[in-house]
Design a protein around this ligand. Sequence first.
Ligand code: ZN
Length: 82
Amino acid sequence: MNEERCHICGGTDFEKRQVEYIYRRHGNYLVVRDVPCEVCLRCGERYYEGAVLLQIERRFKEIYKQLAKPQFAIEVPVEVYA
Ligand SMILES: [Zn+2]
């Protein structure tokens, strides 16, 4: 963690974890599992390295431009709350 304090809650305790990250752009989604981040132990805010986010964005573009195939795909039900 570069910053010593969480910018949300001011907490100072962080833990490295691997989490599921959902990248969403213009109604398209890419789910990336096992993404490394640091989590604020007080409020749960996640902090990612810039290089990690850039890689996810690059994969998103490759997949949606059909330059690459995802490892697998899932179907997601959608509902409008009423
Ligand atoms: Zn926090």
